[in-house]
Design a protein around this ligand. Structure first.
Ligand code: AMP
Length: 312
């Protein structure tokens, strides 16, 4: 099986209460690919500028990720985003977004990227997501992410993308903003009526919820006493979640595989936030991921004791 991802490939400037980086490798597609490549073959689609170095490309190509469709635009600058977090690491302020090479990008997918079984439309202009969707003729599973900026300025094309995918992975605020529904469950169920059959609501340090027409499942975030930089946590979660579905494609929409995918996404995201940018996930091992998935299972397990009520 194989996964194609389109989304931002970026340089990020990030400040948190625990430090800062003036220019580090980032972008939704980058974080997604680093996580998904633990599970399956990944192809990344997107442009970079002349400022994008060989060392950054090498990180993108970790675990064999295909970077054939990473287009270097002559004279162009790589997408740039900067943000700042306060003590509440769940909320951040975007200081700057420069689309740069993404502003006039028209994706042309190679045969390998077009042939993917799974397509992930990571966060980027919805028009670009649509263009990739049109070129990928036969994926068996399509998942997507987006953000408040595109809900604000490109709502119509975004709705068109949502109607055409199987799975949306949004954060709770985006679900509320998109549907106008105050309850996450209500918002997720409304989205299920628009086309997708799986909705994941990411809730930062409070975990993530899975909503399907048949049911509901939720996991807390993996408990960490020290979080350094949450940038890319959502994309890393998506990489683990979608990667596990791709690895189990014949059963990808079954309840037990979706629940496992939630655990893999949660474990991967927990590593991402321990250091800045891609620093921690770059040297992560499969054994470390498995250890946290196993620990999550233990943390969330409990036994029912009906007698506790009957004796009163
Ligand atoms: P997350 O923390 O999961 O929301 O993802 C953060 C990543 O998204 C950063 O590495 C940014 O480069 C990227 N990003 C921020 N704003 C945008 C945007 N408007 N479009 C695409 N990617 C973005």
């Amino acid at each position: 099986m194989s996964v194609t991802v389109v989304g931002s490939i970026a340089f990020d400037a990030v400040k948190t209460p625990f430090g800062e980086r003036a220019r580090m490798l980032g972008g939704a597609a980058t974080h997604f690919a680093l996580a998904a490549s633990f599970f399956d073959a990944v192809s990344v689609v997107g442009p970079v500028g002349e400022d994008f170095g060989e060392s950054e490309l090498a990180v993108l190509a970790t675990r064999g990720t295909n970077v054939e469709d990473v287009e270097r635009v002559t004279g162009g600058q790589t997408f740039f985003w900067s943000g700042e977090y306060g003590w509440d690491l769940n909320s951040r302020e975007t200081l700057r977004t420069d689309l740069n090479v993404f502003a006039d990008f028209a994706p042309k997918l190679s045969a390998a990227s077009r042939a993917a079984d799974v397509l992930f439309l990571a966060n980027i202009q919805p028009e670009l997501q649509l263009s990739v969707l049109e070129q990928c003729t036969g994926p068996r599973l399509v998942a997507m992410d987006s953000m408040n900026l595109w809900i604000d300025i490109a709502r119509e094309p975004l709705l068109e993308v949502i109607r055409r995918v199987d799975c949306v992975i949004f954060n709770d605020a985006e679900l509320r903003q998109l549907t106008g529904q105050p309850s996450i469950l209500g918002a997720a169920r409304e989205l299920l009526g628009w086309g997708p059959s799986v909705v994941v609501a990411k809730q930062g340090e409070y975990g993530a919820a899975l909503v399907t027409p048949e049911g509901f499942f939720a996991l807390p975030a993996y408990p960490l006493a020290r979080v350094v930089d949450p940038t890319g946590a959502g994309d890393t979660f998506a990489g683990g979640f979608v990667g596990h579905l791709a690895r189990n494609l014949d059963e990808a929409t079954s309840d037990h595989v979706l629940r496992q995918a939630m655990a893999y996404g949660t474990a991967l995201a927990s590593f991402n936030v321990e250091e800045f940018g891609t620093e921690r996930v770059e040297r992560l091992t499969a054994g470390e991921i498995y250890g946290r998935v196993d620990e999550l299972k233990r943390i969330t397990h409990f036994e029912l004791d009906p007698l506790s009520l009957e004796t009163r």
